[in-house]
Design a protein around this ligand. Structure first.
Ligand code: GLY
Length: 573
């Protein structure tokens, strides 16, 4: 049904186009919330935050593409289908596993600070943060990395031309997607968080209102920008007339991008962090993500204190205390590895975890302020997107991409259709000043021209004799602990469905409290943790949007699952 409908969308006259769009939407709805399972070889699996993006990936696989071509297609399609979370106006991390030689690579497409950026650019005359400046409008936007990553991944790792893998996204942008009730709710929240620009409002808030559910939103300018990317490669985005439009739009509204900032943007290929925990090989995100270091530290601590053998409340207490210590270190040490010296080997070494455990008591919570070092932390957004891909040859992609908070800076340079990120808010705007997510910062993550802001995005592979898992999630500062809990669940025997559905617990050093989803802890456990001195905060809302794939080597069962908290789409073909 899908190829037929896709073709129909291309050739049908406008009157019938709406029918085709509605049929596609119904097909997508069918995929939503589905947990896909298949047994036997020769299958591919995709789990993403939007069924249309998952379908884009399968379309490219059916044309002979591999997991990396599919990742390009899903990534670009999410730019259109999930505009509140990620897009070509932002950045991301692509963790890739190449079946041919069993190697892994981390493509760092994180945004960079513009050349005119300065350390104190978001402080007022009293030295206090002007929060709106780092979160709303073009001054909040870093130089996007995603367009460069799409070209790089397609050219270096894919089998198909970039243009072919971008085709589904271009089609989605031209044909439009209906506003869902969730999108409508999110759009209503935008004016509370940012001042939407005129070009943003023209697309998403016509007449100043979020359009009713079912309204078709078409993105012709974005389709044109994607077509330029398709025809000219990344150079079409970072140089020439489209770059001029981007820079003009940004500068006219008080931003500081230059043509040189765009022309000199480069992705970085980095070695993923690799370590072992109880016979499981973990491959995950290195700095400028804070995720991999924290995962290694927490698991090293859990392993040394026999986490798996503990009962409650000792188990959750140990988990929380390990999270606290890992987030403290992240605050102190982590930033862009091209700008700050990070003692990476030391931080992820088991002996170092041994040292961290010296300050831990099993009969009492450690107040965060009693730990040595600065009370500092970095800011993180909550709207981001993750997808996981496995092709039939065993190539894997775990990709987390973002424009930071909901609809990024809510700024669209006129004529481009591109929503710019507000990733500059992930820098340390002022040391020690808490941001909207109650996080404070250190100088390691201070603003410097060309520097990448620290991230929490943690695309991750797990592999053992039992099988493999590909996972990741959005969720701001909670990304790392969600991936950690997902990894622990997989090690305990869960498949993709179990991983994404798990209730979540989180501690991030500052604020000094254990936050948890409603089902994560029963009354007895809460009372016991309270007794140990933990402050507990039940979250009024669930968090995360995990997209996971698992493969069990023993019985050949492949499972793809999207987080039941949101409306993703997972499938196996
Ligand atoms: N902007 C979310 C993150 O990178 O962690």
């Amino acid at each position: 049904m899908t190829p037929f409908l896709n073709r129909a969308v291309q050739v049908l006259p406008p009157a019938l186009l709406l029918w085709a769009v509605a049929a596609l939407a119904a097909y997508a709805e069918d995929m939503m919330g589905k947990v896909a399972r298949a047994t036997g070889s020769g299958h591919a699996a995709i789990a993403s935050a939007h069924p249309a993006a998952t379908m884009a990936g399968f379309e490219i696989l059916s044309q002979g593409g591999n997991a990396f071509d599919a990742a390009v297609a899903v990534s670009a399609a999410l730019s259109v289908a999930e505009p509140h979370s990620s897009g070509i106006g932002g950045g991301g991390f692509f963790l890739l596993h190449l079946a041919v030689d069993q190697s892994s690579v981390f493509v760092d497409a994180r945004e960079t600070a513009p050349g005119e950026a300065t350390r104190d650019m978001y402080l007022d005359e009293n030295g206090e943060p002007i929060r709106s400046a780092s979160r709303s409008g073009p001054l909040a936007a870093g130089i996007p990395g995603l367009p460069a990553a799409l070209e790089h991944v397609a050219n270096k790792y894919g089998r198909l031309p970039l243009a072919q893998s971008l085709e589904p996204a271009i089609r989605l942008a031209r044909q439009g997607l209906p506003v869902t009730e969730q999108t409508q709710r999110l759009l209503r929240a935008v004016p509370r968080m940012a001042s939407p620009s005129a070009a943003f409002a023209e697309i998403f808030l016509p007449g100043g209102e979020a359009p009713p559910a079912g309204t078709l939103i078409r993105r012709p300018d974005l389709a044109d920008t994607l077509e330029i990317l398709s025809a000219e490669g990344a150079a079409g985005f970072y140089t020439g007339p489209r770059a001029e439009l981007l820079v003009k739009g940004v500068r006219e509204e008080g931003g500081i991008w230059s043509m040189e900032d765009l022309a000199t943007y480069r992705i970085a290929e980095r070695q993923p962090i690799r370590f072992r925990y109880q016979k499981v090989d973990i491959t995950t995100a290195p700095p400028p993500s804070a995720g991999g270091v924290a995962l290694a530290q927490v698991l090293n601590m859990l392993g040394q204190r026999g986490y798996g053998q503990l009962g409650e409340p000792a188990k959750t207490h140990l988990l929380v205390e390990a999270m606290r210590r890992a987030y403290r270190d992240r605050a102190e040490y982590l930033g862009d590895p091209d700008f700050v010296a990070i003692p990476l080997e030391r931080l992820i070494h088991p002996w170092y975890a041994h040292g961290l455990l010296a300050s831990m008591r099993m009969d009492r919570a450690t107040p965060s302020h009693t730990l040595p070092g600065p009370v500092s932390q970095q800011p993180l957004g909550t709207d981001t997107s993750h997808f996981s891909v496995l092709d039939k040859d065993g190539n894997r992609a775990a990709v987390t991409q973002t424009i930071n908070t909901l609809f990024g800076s809510a700024f669209v340079p006129p004529g481009t259709g591109v929503i710019l990120n507000n990733e500059m808010d992930d820098f340390s705007v002022k040391q020690g000043a808490p941001n909207a997510f109650e996080l404070v910062h250190s100088h390691a993550n201070g603003i410097e021209p060309g520097k990448r802001m620290l991230s929490s995005m943690t695309p991750t592979f797990l592999e053992s004799e039992r099988g493999l898992a590909i996972l990741g999630t959005p969720g701001g500062s909670r990304i790392v602990t969600m991936v950690l809990l997902g990894a622990l669940a997989w090690m305990d025997g869960a498949d993709a469905e179990g991983i994404v559905g798990l209730p979540r617990v989180h501690h991030q050093y500052i604020p000094d409290s254990v936050s948890f989803e409603a089902d994560a802890m029963d009354d007895e456990l809460q009372a016991a943790l309270d007794e140990l001195g933990h402050e507990l905060r039940e979250s009024s809302r669930p968090w995360g949007n995990m997209q996971a794939i698992t493969l069990d080597y023993a019985n050949g069962t492949l499972t793809a699952a999207s987080d039941p908290r949101r409306n993703g789409g997972s499938d196996i073909r």
